[in-house]
Design a protein around this ligand. Sequence first.
Ligand code: ZN
Length: 312
Amino acid sequence: MSDSIKGLHHITAVSGPPQENFNFYRNKLGLRFTKKTINFDDPFTYHLYYGNHNATPGSTITFFPWQNVPNGSPSTGEATIVDYAIPGGSADYWYDRLKELNIKINRQKDGFGFETISFHDNDGMKIRLVADSKSEKNETKGYGTVPDEHAVRGFFGTTLSLADTGRTAELLKEMGWSLTGEADGAARFGSAPENNLGRFVDLKKEPELNGRFGRGSIHHIAFRVPDDGAQQNWREKIKKMGFSITPVKNRDYFRSIYFREAGGVLFEIATDIPGFDVDEPFESLGEELKLPAWFEQHREEIERRLPELNTD
Ligand code: ZN
């Protein structure tokens, strides 16, 4: 029996222009900009990474900024909310900050007993900040003008909107997650990663979301495994469950396998290793454009064709 899969590794979404994306996630949400690279399958598009200061698994959101793609809207069969963990006592700070930034927010105590603040990013993706004292042990730094003590720690979890939650629930159970409660129309599945980040996936029966994929849509969610051996075990196991799963892909900062679960959401299983300091020093993560080795010979053309992005 393989070890269970514990926690989310990263979430990947589509955004509009890269500068606006940077201004929102680094300057307003106060995340660290941890990697400036390209879409390995489409080298003239950026792939931008933001996480907590230590770029811990369970904190990274990544974006493909597709400048000319129209705004998306939530669809059945997608992840539709990104839940971020803030310290237990930080809801007042974030309420005031987001108000000052003229971001339309909705603050409420949710049915699970957590204080939450919901809003949309500048491409319409739904974000929820969840006051979660269990996330506090992840020491981090605030970027933009966010003080360290109130900085986002990483993910709390995500929400999947599904036509039917049954088979996705079964899969999560196979992966070692368990039902921790039901509230606000969602069944919450939990896992126990050592850092408490990305430990929940909420399943919501929402069969009639007729949105379209575009800016602000979540492309996939990735779960964590410690290393390649654990990933190989899970690849076999998921294949045996009848899913079609990709070979291992080297994403430079982690290795990945992908499959579409029964509800339509693209799941990835990514390794914690080697991490984001594999090709640049930890101190200067995100400062230079990093390319996978096989694209280095095209660096000049890539740099010329990528849109302007000021990350100071
Ligand atoms: Zn991914």
